[in-house]
Write a protein that binds this ligand. Structure first.
Ligand code: MEV
Length: 434
C-alpha cells in the first residue's frame, strides 16, 4: 500500500515528479516525459505558471479558440474562448454571424453591487444588538479607511453595511451584510479585507460594550450577486428566422419559445439548458482570467432564486417579433488577479479592446446567450448529434492517430455517414487495408 508522504511541498519540482512517477505509475519514464512535454522551455514563463499555485509539476493546456463577428451594441468583437468541448466555438461563431445579419446583440448592465458578510453569534437580545450596531457602524467604516481609500478615490468602496437578524433560523446568529462597488476589479481581496477589518472592529467594540458576548464565526464575500446584473438580448422579425432550418420560420419561432418554456418549468431540462449557456460563459470567463467557479456558483443560485431551478434565458413572439434574452449576475474583473500576469489573459483582454468590467459583463452574457440560441436551434431542428459528431470526428480520428490524408478521406466519407466511435474505427481499418 502507498504510504503518505511528509513534506511533499518542500520537495523541488523534480523531487515531486520523481516521487509521483515512482509511486503511482507503471512506466515512470513515460509518465515523466508526459509532464515534461508540457513544461515551457521559456524558463521565465514557466516560473510564472509555477508560482500561480502550489505544488506545480507541469502545465495543463486547454485550447484557446476565437468566435469572430459578434456585434454588441453596434461594436464588433472577436471573442476569446478557452474550452475543451468541441462544437462550442463553432456554435458561438455561427450564432454570432446569424445575429450580425439581424442587428446584433443589445446589452445593458443593470447593477454592479457585490456582497460580503461577517457571520457572528451574539446571545444579547435583538434590540440591544440593533442599538449596538447603530452606534458602531460609523466606526466600522472609519476603521476600514486604509483599505478603502484608494477604491474610494476611483469612485468605489463600501456602499452600505446592514445588520441582519437570523436568530429565527439559528439561535444567536446575526450578520453584518455589506455591499460594495469594486469598479473594474472583481474585488474578492478588497471585500475580504474590508470584512476582516469589520470583524475586528465588531469584536473589539463588543468586548468593550457587550461584555464580550459576541463571537465572530467567519468573514467572507458572497458569490451570490443578484444585484450585479447584466442583460443581453436579440430580436428580429419572425420571418427573418429561416436560415438553415428544415422547418418554417413560424414553426421555428414557436419551437424556440416552447423549448425555453420547458426549461423555465422543468428542472431536469433547465440544468442542461443552463449548462449550454455556461459553455459560452465559462469559456470567456476562463480566457479573460476570471474565476469561473465563482461565476458558476452565482449564476446557478440565481437560476433558483424563486425556489425552483429555472432557465436563465427567456423567449417570446409578440407582434411578429421574436425576442430572446437573458439576465444573469456576473462579478468580473479586468484589473487585478491574473489580468496583468497571465500572457494569454492579457492577450485576450487586448483582443477585446481592454474592456472595463462592465463591458466584459456584457460580452460574457452575449457569449452565453449565443451559445443557448445555437443549442436550441440545433435541438429544435436537426437535433444536436449531427453537428456534434462531425466535430467529434476530429477527436476520434486523433485518438486513432489518423494521418492528414486519412483525416481528409474520413471527413469526406462521414459527410454521408453517421459518426460513431466504432464507425470511425471500422472506416479507418478499411482505409488502411486499401
Ligand atoms: C452540451 O454541452 C450542451 C447542450 O446539451 C445544451 C442544451 O441541451 O441546451 C447541447
Amino acid at each position: 500500500m502507498t504510504q503518505p508522504i511528509a513534506g511533499f511541498s518542500k520537495l523541488s519540482k523534480e523531487g515531486k515528479i520523481d516521487w509521483l512517477v515512482s509511486t503511482f505509475f507503471k512506466d515512470s519514464d513515460q509518465a515523466k516525459s508526459v509532464l515534461q512535454q508540457y513544461i515551457n522551455s521559456d524558463q521565465k514563463l514557466q516560473q510564472l505558471h509555477d508560482e500561480f499555485i502550489e505544488n506545480t509539476i507541469s502545465n495543463y493546456y486547454l485550447p484557446l479558440g476565437v468566435a469572430p463577428n459578434f456585434l454588441i451594441n453596434g461594436k464588433l468583437y472577436a471573442i476569446p474562448m478557452a474550452i475543451e468541448e468541441s462544437s462550442v466555438v463553432a456554435a458561438a461563431s455561427k450564432a454570432a454571424k446569424f445575429w450580425y445579419d439581424r442587428g446584433g446583440f443589445k446589452t445593458k448592465v443593470i447593477s454592479t453591487e457585490k456582497i460580503g458578510q461577517v457571520h457572528f453569534i451574539c446571545r444579547k437580545n435583538t434590540e440591544t444588538i440593533k442599538a449596538f450596531f447603530a452606534d458602531i457602524k460609523p466606526k466600522l467604516i472609519l476603521e476600514a479607511k486604509s483599505i478603502t481609500k484608494n477604491m474610494e478615490k476611483r469612485g468605489g468602496g463600501i456602499l452600505d453595511i446592514k445588520l441582519r437578524d437570523k436568530t429565527k433560523e439559528m439561535p444567536g446568529y446575526f450578520q453584518l451584510h455589506a455591499s460594495f462597488e469594486t469598479l473594474d476589479a472583481m474585488g474578492a481581496n478588497f471585500i475580504n479585507s474590508c470584512l476582516e477589518q469589520f470583524a475586528k472592529t465588531l469584536k473589539q467594540e463588543a468586548d468593550r460594550v457587550l461584555d464580550g458576548q459576541l463571537d465572530v464565526v467567519m468573514s467572507i464575500l458572497s458569490n451570490y450577486v443578484p444585484n450585479c446584473l447584466v442583460r443581453a438580448e436579440v430580436s428580429c422579425n419572425v420571418s427573418e428566422l429561416t436560415e438553415n432550418t428544415n422547418i418554417s420560420a413560424e414553426e421555428f419561432a414557436k419551437k424556440m419559445v416552447q423549448a425555453v418554456s420547458i426549461a423555465e418549468i422543468e428542472p431536469y431540462r433547465a440544468v442542461t439548458h443552463n449548462k449550454g449557456i455556461m459553455n459560452g460563459i465559462d469559456a470567456v470567463v476562463l480566457a479573460t482570467g476570471n474565476d469561473f467557479r465563482a461565476v458558476e456558483a452565482g449564476i446557478h443560485a440565481y437560476a433558483a432564486k424563486d425556489g425552483q431551478y429555472r432557465s436563465l434565458t427567456h423567449a417570446k413572439v409578440e407582434n411578429g417579433v421574436f425576442t430572446f434574452w437573458m439576465e444573469i449576475p456576473l462579478a468580473l474583473g479586468t484589473v487585478g488577479g491574473l489580468t496583468k500576469l497571465h500572457p494569454l489573459v492579457k492577450w485576450a483582454l487586448e483582443l477585446l479592446g481592454q474592456p472595463s468590467a462592465k463591458e466584459l459583463m456584457q460580452i460574457v452574457a452575449v457569449a452565453g446567450l449565443a451559445q443557448n440560441f445555437a443549442a436550441l436551434r440545433s435541438l429544435t431542428t436537426t437535433g444536436i448529434q449531427e453537428g456534434h459528431m462531425k466535430m467529434h470526428l476530429m477527436n476520434i480520428m486523433n485518438q486513432f492517430r489518423a494521418s492528414s490524408d486519412e483525416k481528409a478521406s474520413l471527413v469526406a466519407h462521414f459527410k454521408n455517414h453517421i459518426v460513431s466511435h466504432s464507425a470511425v474505427e471500422d472506416a479507418l481499418i478499411d482505409l488502411r487495408k486499401n
